[in-house]
Design a protein around this ligand. Structure first.
Ligand SMILES: NC(=O)c1ccc[n+]([C@@H]2O[C@H](COP(=O)([O-])OP(=O)(O)OC[C@H]3O[C@@H](n4cnc5c(N)ncnc54)[C@H](OP(=O)(O)O)[C@@H]3O)[C@@H](O)[C@H]2O)c1
Length: 241
C-alpha cells in the first residue's frame, strides 16, 4: 500500500487530508512537533480506516531536526503533503515566519527528493500555500511574503520535476476554520472547513492539478482584488485587511 507523508501532521487541514487519503487506502506518515497529539491522530487513523499510520518528530524550524528526520525516514512516500505553517499576530518573529512557511520547507522538500532519487515511488508533492501569497498586504505582511515565495518555489519545482513524472500541486486556501485563525473575526460565508480543503487536496491529487484555489471561488475573488489600485489600500481602506 502507498504512503502519504504529511509535513506538519498536526495541522487541521493536514489531518483532514490524512483521513481522506486513508479512506482511499493510503497508509499515513505524520511528522510534526507535538508527539502526544500525533499519537492520538495515529489511533484515530488506524482504528477508523484500517491502514497503517506512522508518526515522527519533526520541528520544521530546526535544521538539525530536519536532517535527523530525513536521515531516519525509512518509508518512501508516494505523496508528500506539506501543511506546516506559522502565522503570528502582530508579526514579530520575522525569521521564524519565513523559515517555517518557506525557507525550511525547501530544505525538507529538496532533501526528500534527493533521498527518493531512482526509487520511482514518489509521484506527487503537494504544498499548502495561501491566497495570502497572491498580493502584498498591510496585515500579515511577512507571512504573505513567505507564502508568495513558497508558491513561486512550487511553480518552478513543478517544471523541474515534470520530466520525472512527479506532479507538484500548489494549494491556495482562503480562510479555513482551524486553530491558526481562531482569533480572527471573519465573515462566515468566506470561511471553509478543514474537511472541505482535505477533500479538495485529495481530488487535486487524483486529477493531477497544478494550482488550486481552495475553494475555487477564491480565484475570482483574488482576480478582482488584484484589480484594485494600491492607492486604495494605502489611503482609503483604514482596516488592516
Ligand atoms: N487556516 C487558514 O485560514 C489558512 C489559510 C490559508 C493557508 N493556510 C495554510 O494551511 C496550512 C495548514 O494550516 P492550518 O490551517 O491547518 O492550521 P494549523 O492547524 O495551525 O496547522 C499549522 C501546523 O503547522 C505546524 N507547525 C508550526 N510550526 C511548526 C514547526 N516548527 N515544526 C513543525 N510543525 C509546525 C503546527 O504544529 P503544532 O500543532 O505542533 O503547533 C500546526 O499543526 C498552513 O501552511 C497555513 O499557512 C491556512
Amino acid at each position: 500500500m502507498s504512503w502519504l507523508l504529511i509535513i506538519g501532521g498536526n495541522s487541521e487541514i493536514g489531518f483532514a487530508a490524512a483521513k481522506r487519503f486513508a479512506s482511499n487506502g493510503f497508509n499515513i506518515h505524520l511528522a510534526s512537533r507535538n508527539m502526544e497529539q500525533l499519537h492520538l491522530k495515529k489511533e484515530i487513523v488506524e482504528k477508523s480506516f484500517n491502514v497503517k499510520c506512522k508518526v515522527s518528530n519533526l520541528d520544521v524550524y530546526d535544521l538539525a531536526s530536519i536532517k535527523n528526520f530525513v536521515d531516519q525516514s525509512e518509508i518512501n512516500p508516494k505523496i508528500i503533503l506539506v501543511t506546516a505553517g506559522f502565522l503570528e499576530n502582530p508579526e514579530k518573529s520575522y525569521e521564524k515566519i519565513i523559515k517555517i512557511n518557506y525557507l525550511n520547507l525547501i530544505e525538507i522538500i529538496e532533501s526528500l527528493i534527493l533521498k527518493s532519487v531512482n526509487k520511482d515511488i514518489l509521484s506527487s508533492i503537494i504544498g499548502v500555500s495561501s491566497i495570502a501569497g497572491e498580493i502584498g498586504k498591510k496585515k500579515n505582511n511577512i507571512y504573505s511574503s513567505s507564502k508568495a515565495g513558497f508558491s513561486n518555489y512550487l511553480e518552478g519545482l513543478r517544471q523541474r520535476l515534470y520530466q520525472e513524472n512527479i506532479n507538484v500541486i500548489t494549494i491556495k486556501p482562503g480562510y479555513v476554520k482551524t486553530k491558526m485563525i481562531k482569533n480572527l473575526s471573519l465573515p462566515k460565508i468566506l470561511v471553509s472547513t478543514p474537511e472541505k480543503i482535505g477533500e479538495i487536496i485529495y481530488n487535486s491529487y487524483k486529477e493531477k492539478k497544478a494550482i488550486v484555489y481552495a475553494p475555487y471561488y477564491w480565484k475570482l475573488i483574488m482576480f478582482i482584488y488584484k484589480l484594485v489600485p494600491e492607492l486604495f489600500f494605502k489611503h482609503i481602506l483604514k482596516k488592516n485587511f
